[in-house]
Write a protein that binds this ligand. Structure first.
Ligand SMILES: [Zn+2]
Length: 49
C-alpha cells in the first residue's frame, strides 16, 4: 500500500531523503522542513518521484 517517494531540497534541488507515504491518505504533495547537508541548513523539502 505504501509508496516510496523522495524528498527534494527546494534550495539546491538535491534529493536528500526517501520516505514512504500512503497515497490514499496523503493526497496533496508532501512538504517538510528538513536538514539539507548540502545547504547546511533546514530547508523546505518537497515530494519527488
Ligand atoms: Zn539543499
Amino acid at each position: 500500500m505504501a509508496d516510496q517517494i523522495g524528498l527534494q531540497c527546494t534550495e539546491c534541488k538535491r534529493r536528500n531523503y526517501v520516505t514512504t507515504v500512503n497515497k490514499k491518505k496523503q493526497q496533496k504533495k508532501l512538504e517538510k522542513k528538513k536538514y539539507c547537508k548540502w545547504c547546511k541548513a533546514h530547508t523546505l523539502h518537497k515530494e519527488t518521484k
